[in-house]
Design a protein around this ligand. Structure first.
Ligand code: GUN
Length: 283
């Protein structure tokens, strides 16, 4: 029976510690850290995420500026807003909630965020530096996953890590972070042949494929560490990409959904906003 990696509790601890850091920042520099949150359209899941991010900012003492643009916005409406926020000296971090409506170019819009205000670590500059293992702002979900893995007494060095999913937000960056920790990393995706043969070799299995209960017990090695990044809304409620009830009997550690990676992503966003602000003050 696996031990649950309690992302909610870890995130609460991180945010509690950040409260002090943020208060010290405000006293030292005589200003509040400011995070701009941009939401385009009315994707219900994105609305929930954005609300939770704003709430977390308020909790740690970071000022948030929310911008909600209509679904049918022109690309120029969004680019203009990003340019204004880039020029605004009081803004430390800019977050554009993804996915954007289909008619807008994610690439073009994200490329307008200055690297030093890129709290999500989505720009080519930060992704590039992070991949080179140089100083960079690293995206929040992968950082949250690494924090969870580092919170358990299982060394990563030399382990077989298998990542299911190759997205820019999770799969690719978390693979690089696992590589940095000296794991042997395999990335599986929707076109991978014999996926079970590969996942059965995983000492650490990170699942970010967006398919409810995709990973079943027969795909998991005895004693593996399993991190479930999926958040799927099904008729029977919220569930992850892992069949938790079956896999928990096989794994040594497993993260739940909800209460696993989700809260960690938000805690890491707060940490990144704080780090962006510090860097902007050359501190
Ligand atoms: N959409 C899904 N995950 C994320 C995230 O971490 N940041 C942003 N901006 N959008 C997302």
């Amino acid at each position: 029976m696996a031990v649950c990696i309690d992302g909610k509790a870890l995130a609460a601890e991180i945010k509690e510690n950040l409260k002090t850091d943020v208060r010290n920042f405000t006293e030292r520099f005589g200003r509040q850290i400011t995070l701009a949150v941009v939401l385009v359209g009315n994707n219900p899941a994105s609305e929930v995420y954005v609300r939770n991010k704003v709430k977390a900012a308020e909790f740690v003492g970071i000022k948030s500026l929310s911008f909600t643009l209509p679904e049918n916005s022109e690309e120029s409406d969004v680019t203009e807003l990003i340019k204004n926020l880039s020029d605004d000296k009081s803004v430390d971090g800019i977050l554009v909630q993804l996915p954007l409506p289909k008619h807008l170019s994610e690439d073009k819009i994200l490329s307008l965020i200055p690297p030093e205000k890129d709290v999500d670590g989505f720009t080519a500059y930060n992704v590039g530096n992070s991949t080179l293992f140089k100083d960079a702002i690293v995206s929040c979900t992968p950082m949250g996953i690494m924090y969870m893995l580092n919170s358990i007494p299982v060394p990563l060095c030399g382990k077989n890590a298998v990542v299911i999913g190759r997205s820019n937000i999770v799969g690719k960056p978390v693979s690089m972070l696992l590589l940095k920790e000296n794991c042997t990393v395999t990335i599986c995706h929707s076109k991978t042949a014999n996926i079970k043969e590969i996942t059965k070799q995983a000492d650490v299995l990170v699942v970010a494929i967006g398919k409810p209960k995709f990973v079943t017990a027969d795909m998991v090695k005895d004693g593996a560490v399993v991190i479930d990044v999926g958040i799927n809304r099904t008729e029977s409620g919220l569930c992850g990409d892992v069949d938790f009830d079956a896999v928990k009997d096989k794994a040594s550690y497993i993260s739940p959904v909800p209460g696993g990676v989700g809260p960690m992503t938000i805690a890491m966003l707060m940490k990144n906003a704080y780090l962006c602000a510090l860097r902007r003050e050359n501190a």
